[in-house]
Ligand binder design. Structure first.
Ligand SMILES: *Cc1c(COP(=O)(O)O)cnc(C)c1O
Length: 490
């Protein structure tokens, strides 16, 4: 292949207006590279079940291959693609693998993947209406879909973000403004809450010792009495309770806080309620999910993650606020160089709703996937995850060597190897379970991760991939039982 970066006609020193960009490629070459790229992706996706769910390497080995001076001269573009395919792309967890049950899997739809390609090809910047009215309108549409799914009223709104962390941060800034930027703010969350809430609290200036961890009850839900006591004590001591965080699906175990009681409490106390539905929010597509997350629509803000249970490629999350003004009052700042972007009636500038000015066109992937498959397909996929998890939970309960450690919730199963008929001390149990987890990584195609449930080491299956079958789940459980038996016999 010819090297397009070595363009013979370009003069050495170019003050000439006729100078052609050195980055230009011919249409044929562009197509050829595009086809190669598509081929790479389609082959990978269709070959996934035959691969293992995880691959990785040590820095030393990767550095030996990759660390170099930035090359002064270019290489043939097909060789660049080939090189990255060999040397970089394989060394990562395959979050979209049907037997990847660790952390939070993410299995994007093909239209979603193509949408990201289109969005970068057009290079939209969804900062303001003037700069991107079509894309801004589509983001309004997608946000409106989210609004309906969570059950928010008209007048609610929000924006798409890089993920749940950015959504939480924007929410905390809005909450601080709504509380009048208090001097001694405190925030409240259960010990099951995601680190993103703690980080957001720190960023908005809450002192680390003012981030209150509220105890949980026997079902891993925030304890309301403990919350009420903590708030009362803080008020008495001159603190200003600013945000209460609710889990609508804790990442570790899917636990759902008592959303209705928390909404009642926060309304009567005048405290901002932020619900972190980054993990579980799209369960709202299903009847079962709506029942489980009842009350979510009463929170002041809700974080969602499209790159989790809505099957989108990274990065897309969303923040919704019940009263859109709380977000716009917080983030809209006049800027002289952007004065032309105040254009037309009722044209929102998304840069006035959050921390980013330049913003990618994240709405496109969600919109294209939903247009292509319809909401019903997403609803079925989310339901099926919950069914598979429930079935896995039953199998764990029936097993003589497995023990369920938490109620199965929103696609997550927490359990461990712990034979019912043989008492084993905690330290040995810990060792056996860790070993089985490690053996799965090296000997099996599947991957799962672990967590801690009430001070006990727990294996954790997170089943939210639309490609995962019952066979994938049951084979994985079988592997755990079998290697568990082997380890126990040692
Ligand atoms: C994933 C997750 C987050 C963080 O979201 P990012 O998209 O990774 O920024 C926050 N909370 C919960 C419950 C999550 O599952």
């Amino acid at each position: 292949m010819t090297d397009p970066t070595r363009n013979e006609e370009v003069p050495e020193t170019g003050h000439d207006d006729e100078v052609q960009s050195e980055f230009e490629m011919t249409p044929d070459l562009m197509r050829d590279l595009g086809h190669r790229t598509v081929e790479l992706l389609v082959k990978r996706l269709h070959g996934l079940p035959e691969e293992s769910a995880w691959d990785g390497d040590f820095r030393k080995s990767l550095e030996a291959v990759l660390l170099e001076e930035p090359p002064e001269e270019g290489s043939a573009p097909d060789e660049v693609i080939e090189r990255v395919a060999q040397e970089v792309l394989p060394y990562a967890i395959r979050l979209d693998h049907p037997r990847c049950f660790s952390f939070v899997p993410s299995a994007p739809t093909w239209p979603g993947i193509l949408a990201d390609f289109i969005a970068s090809g057009y290079n939209f910047n969804v900062c303001t209406w003037l700069v991107a009215s079509g894309p801004s309108q589509l983001e309004l549409v997608v946000i409106d879909w989210f609004r309906r799914w969570v059950g928010y009223p008209d007048g609610a709104g929000g924006l798409l973000t890089s993920g749940g962390s950015a959504a939480a941060l924007n929410a905390f800034v809005a909450a601080r403004e709504a509380a009048g930027n208090p001097e001694r703010p405190t925030v409240y969350m259960s010990d099951q809450s995601h680190s993103a809430q703690i980080r957001s609290a720190r960023i908005v200036g809450v002192r680390p010792e003012c981030i209150r961890t509220v105890p949980i009850d026997g079902t891993l839900r925030l304890d309301m009495d403990a919350l009420a006591r903590a708030v009362a004590d803080d008020r008495a001591a001159g603190f200003c309770p600013m945000v209460v965080c609710a889990n609508a699906g804790a990442t570790g175990n899917g636990a759902i806080d008592p959303l209705v009681e928390m909404a009642d409490f926060c309304e009567s106390e005048g405290i901002w309620l932020h619900t972190d539905a980054s993990y579980g929010g799209f369960a709202m597509l299903t009847a079962e999910g709506r029942k489980l997350l009842e009350g979510i629509e009463r929170s002041d803000s809700i974080a969602l993650d499209g790159h989790k249970w809505l099957f989108q490629p990274y990065e897309v999350g969303g923040l919704l606020v019940k009263d859109l003004r709380t977000l716009e009052n917080t983030f809209s700042v006049q800027h002289d160089a952007l004065q032309d972007t105040i254009w037309g009636e009722n044209h929102p500038n998304f840069s006035d709703r959050g921390l980013q000015l330049s913003r990618g066109f994240r709405a496109l992937k969600i919109w294209m996937s939903i247009q292509t498959f319809g909401v019903a397909a997403f609803r079925r996929a989310v339901s099926r995850s919950m069914e598979l998890a429930a079935r896995a939970g039953e199998q764990v309960r029936e097993s003589s060597i497995l023990e369920l450690l938490a109620p199965v919730s929103l696609g997550i199963v927490c359990f461990r190897i712990n034979p019912a008929d043989t008492p084993i001390d905690e330290e040995d149990l810990h060792e056996v379970n860790r070993t089985v987890l490690a053996r799965m990584l090296w000997e099996d195609r599947a991957m799962m991760s672990s967590t801690v449930v009430e001070n006990r080491f727990s294996l954790r299956l997170c089943i939210i991939n639309h490609n995962t079958t019952w066979n994938d789940v049951s084979e994985t459980l079988r592997f755990i039982e079998q290697t568990g038996r082997e380890q126990l016999a040692r």
